[in-house]
Design a protein around this ligand. Structure first.
Ligand code: 2IT
Length: 445
């Protein structure tokens, strides 16, 4: 495989899609060896076929704000790859959304979903619409306008969207409500739904819970106990919340959260009602964490800074792509960090990842660590298809088992001579092998 040729051809075709190219490069470098050992992959042009999405929908979303002014946003759905199941992946509503970020997310989603052991293909969508500072009524009108265009292209066995940054239970409710009105069916063509209308128990917690189950497995490979460890988290949304809940339950101490305005350092630990307060902060709609330090005066707010400057045992980026760079990685390592796990998708820059691996730090990529979210979406789809609801215990048990399985798959393909586990390689190879074999089995389509 000529990685550089493939990347430059891709770059020429899709100039400026930096995040997408970053995600593709990471996978290609990881799979190079197995690719070269399997001539059938090259013969079937697996890479060339995998790096182009099956199709992309781009559409205008026009809506009326509370002042009566007309607003225009862009809407997207990238149906990336449905080899192993219906397209599955979240919708992101964030000012930074563009085709490059959604293609990177859809590409990663394809491998992540393959790792979950459930039959789901990869997709992603969203809009450059930012819910920050918008009223409930504005968010509803936007979601309805978005769905008016998208509804024809999704369905329970075609494409099942869910939440991501900026899309939580409220947005899913508005999107699903409009979808049902248009499609006239009630088959659960969304996950992350409210509990009253087909949602799954544990889905809100699943990404964070799953991440901590995975981190626990990572630590076990070095006989390290999570109990008493200090943890830096970034973000303060749903994913950070779930991670904080489970980390605290398992005896670790969360000392940071962050927002676009800076980060909070709380040396006493963010536990109990402070974790619930994160949800209040989020629901305020201002997208800032500074008020935490006013409510809990023993904590400190660092304006415009990132939490990675604090000395911690474990770092969990839970916000957005490329939120931890090489300099942050150097600081964390100099401060003696043991484990870094991406809970956000591609939370670390390529240079930061290379640095952690070079220093033999326990490091794992988002597509393994955060797969518990989409896995539990898969469990929601199963419950909807069977018209039943599993208990909290049942869903959590399945989630825990899936995360252990993803860890075992990553270990199988990622263990290097000398014993270091390269989770980036392990997760990429495990996900790739499954998708590639399924593609070959299904012929040239
Ligand atoms: O990045 C992700 O895996 C998600 N945003 C969750 C996707 C899903 O379909 O639950």
């Amino acid at each position: 495989m000529k990685i550089n040729n493939i990347l430059s051809a891709l770059e020429a075709k899709h100039p400026g899609e930096h995040e997408f190219l970053q995600a593709v490069k990471e996978v290609l470098v990881s799979i190079e060896d197995v690719y070269n050992q399997h001539p059938e992959f090259e013969k079937n042009r697996i890479i060339e076929r995998l790096v182009e999405p099956d199709r992309i929908f781009t559409f205008r979303v026009a809506w009326v704000d509370d002042n009566g002014d007309i607003q225009v946003n862009l809407g997207y759905r990238v149906q990336f790859n449905n080899t192993i199941g219906p397209y599955k992946g979240g919708l992101r509503f964030h000012a930074s959304v563009n085709l490059s970020s959604l293609k990177f997310l859809g590409f990663e989603q394809t491998f992540k979903n393959a790792l979950t052991t459930l039959p789901m293909g990869g997709g992603k969508g969203g809009s450059d619409f930012s819910p920050r500072g918008k009223s409930n009524a504005e968010i509803m009108r936007f979601c309805q306008a978005f769905m008016l265009e998208l509804w024809r292209n999704i369905g329970p066995d075609t494409d099942v969207p869910a939440g991501d940054i900026g899309v939580g239970t409220r947005e899913i409710g508005y999107l699903y409500g409009m979808y049902k009105k248009l499609a006239r069916e009630n088959t659960g063509t969304f996950t992350g739904k409210g509990l009253e209308y087909g949602g799954s128990l544990i889905r809100p917690e699943a990404t964070g819970f799953g991440a901590l189950y995975f981190v626990n497995e990572m630590l076990k490979t070095r006989n390290i106990d999570l109990q008493g460890k200090t943890v830096a988290i970034s973000g303060f949304g749903n994913v950070a919340w779930g991670a904080a809940l489970k980390a605290t339950e398992l005896g670790a101490k969360i000392v940071t959260i962050s927002g676009p305005d800076g980060y909070i350092y709380d040396p006493a630990g963010i536990s109990g009602e402070k974790i619930e307060y994160m949800l209040e902060l989020r629901d305020s709609g201002d997208d800032i964490v500074a008020p935490y330090a006013e409510k809990y005066p023993d904590s400190i707010f660092f304006a415009g800074k990132k939490p990675w400057e604090q000395k911690v045992d474990i770092a969990l980026p839970c916000a957005i792509q490329n939120e931890l760079n090489k300099k942050d990685a150097e600081t964390l390592v100099a401060n003696g960090v043991t484990c870094v796990a991406e809970v956000s998708n591609m939370g670390c820059t390529a240079e930061a990842v290379d640095f952690f691996i070079e220093k033999k730090i326990l490091f794992a990529p988002g597509k393994a660590v955060n797969a518990g979210g989409v896995a539990t979406s898969g469990l929601e789809m199963s419950q909807n298809a069977m018209h039943i609801q599993w208990t909290e215990e049942e869903v959590d048990r399945k989630l825990h088992q899936i995360m252990k399985n993803i860890h075992a798959q990553s270990l199988k393909y990622g263990k290097e001579e000398g014993g270091y586990i390269n989770y980036v390689k392990g997760a990429n190879v495990a996900g790739f092998m499954k998708v590639a074999r399924a593609m070959i089995a299904q012929g040239v389509v």
